[in-house]
Design a protein around this ligand. Structure first.
Ligand code: NAG
Ligand code: NAG
Ligand code: NAG
Ligand code: NAG
Length: 373
């Protein structure tokens, strides 16, 4: 190992220790409680003109250079199924949110915004900035690539929203980025399945190359928080609507998404996680939803973790008060080994559910995002 890498890594590690990344950070409650009005939204375009980038232009070549690689140079498909077009639109919607998140983080670190001054000119800071700048360009290419396939196949492309983020310091931003990464890594499993099921199997290698790429990123975020880079043997499954709902409930400024009308995937009502922090020792998690329902007998609280059968719970300790329903559900960490991401959702079906896609198909409120270790 070169002495540069060693000192850079010890810098990252020192940061993790100094800033206390290793402690459990309750990202789910800060996101759920975020107010969207008291922050300056992050808006496009960026200084390089993104997202208004012509394929082959100088700005495009510069993005490829910063991304350490290129968009695939093989011909784009000219026909795709309706289902695949819908999925690529959701992907583009998510990828440009990721560009915004990482560009905002790069800006904050570069400008030493209070909470983001992670040590002037240390090897660790330089390594983190170099990493995040590559990630911004790589996410830009993921977005440009999804839109390029849509355009080539004669489908509508996706424009950005304005965004506010739940984080106001470096630790929370990396924790949030890691949770976003886990959610994306779950959704892309469903994407690969659906591309194949829709007869667009030639897109499966492309999407699995992105799955690995997002996994590499998340290993870094986890490591810089003092966690084992690989969270689980089989990463938690997801579904496109969980990601879409999460962005629209917590991050996108309401009314700022010109492309929302194109997207057909369902958007759920929020599920607020009241318990914080949640750890191995938590045996019961408290939630709330806003609803006019007067009884909850038909509702279930479902957990999705790893590739296991979703865990279905009845609602405990229900109170209904002026449009807010508060309840708890057991959280059996040791029975199910609930490390990494657990997605919580309230369904209007008792299941049983085979997988995350089936849970999403019956979800009314969600997702709640729980991260352990
Ligand atoms: C979260 O929001 C609720 C409802 O607005 C409020 O009662 C509570 O105090 C907030 N919690 C924090 C930690 O800000
Ligand atoms: C960047 O800083 C601003 C101002 O503190 C904050 O509102 C925003 O959430 C930060 N961005 C990230 C990704 O943490
Ligand atoms: C989910 O389960 C259903 C029903 O068994 C199945 O048809 C579908 O292929 C599964 N989807 C995924 C993404 O595994
Ligand atoms: C909530 O309900 C469950 C089961 O009905 C019970 O085991 C648990 O102790 C209750 N929690 C509280 C804080 O009352």
């Amino acid at each position: 190992m070169s002495s540069f890498i060693r000192s850079a890594l010890s810098g990252v590690f020192a940061l993790a220790v100094i800033t206390g990344h290793a402690s459990a950070a309750p990202m789910q409650s800060s996101a759920a409680n975020m107010t969207k009005t008291d922050q300056v939204p992050f808006k496009f375009p960026l200084d390089n003109g993104f997202p208004n980038i012509k394929l082959g232009s100088d700005a495009f070549k510069q993005i490829q250079w910063e991304a350490h690689g290129t968009l695939p140079n093989t011909p784009l498909p000219t026909t795709i199924s309706d289902g695949t077009a819908g999925i690529l639109q959701v992907i583009a919607f998510g990828e440009i949110f990721e560009v915004a998140l990482f560009q905002s983080l790069v800006n904050n670190i570069t400008n030493n915004v209070p909470g983001y001054a992670i040590g002037e000119s240390t090897a660790g800071r330089n390594m983190i900035l170099e990493t995040l700048k590559a990630v911004v360009a790589q996410e830009e290419l993921h977005y440009i690539g999804a839109n390029a396939i849509l355009a080539s196949a004669g489908r509508a492309t996706i424009e950005p929203c304005s965004y506010v983020f739940p984080s106001t310091n470096f630790d929370d931003a990396i924790t949030f980025a890691s949770t976003v990464g886990d959610l994306v890594l779950g959704i892309l499993q469903e994407v690969a399945h659906d591309f194949a099921a829709n007869g667009d199997g030639e897109l499966v290698p492309l999407i699995t190359s992105v799955i690995g790429q997002e996994g590499e990123q998340n290993g870094f975020y986890r490591f810089s928080r003092g966690r084992v880079p690989s969270s689980l043997p089989f990463l938690t499954a997801g579904s496109g609507s969980f990601g879409l709902s999460s962005i629209l409930q917590n991050i996108a400024v309401p009314g700022s998404c010109p492309s929302l009308g194109l997207i057909k995937a369902p958007v759920f009502e929020p599920l607020t996680i009241l318990s914080t922090p949640i750890s191995e020792c938590t045996s019961e998690v408290w939630f709330s939803i806003k609803s006019k329902l007067t009884k909850t007998d038909d509702l279930r609280l479902v957990y999705i973790n790893q590739q296991n059968a979703p865990v279905v719970n009845t609602l405990n300790n229900v109170t209904i008060n002026d449009g807010t329903i508060t309840f708890s559900a057991p959280f059996e960490f040791y029975k199910f080994t609930l490390n990494g991401l657990t997605i919580a959702a309230v369904t209007k079906s008792a299941g049983p559910f085979t997988n995350a896609t089936e849970v999403a198909a019956h979800t009314s409120f969600g997702p709640g995002l729980i991260e352990i270790n």
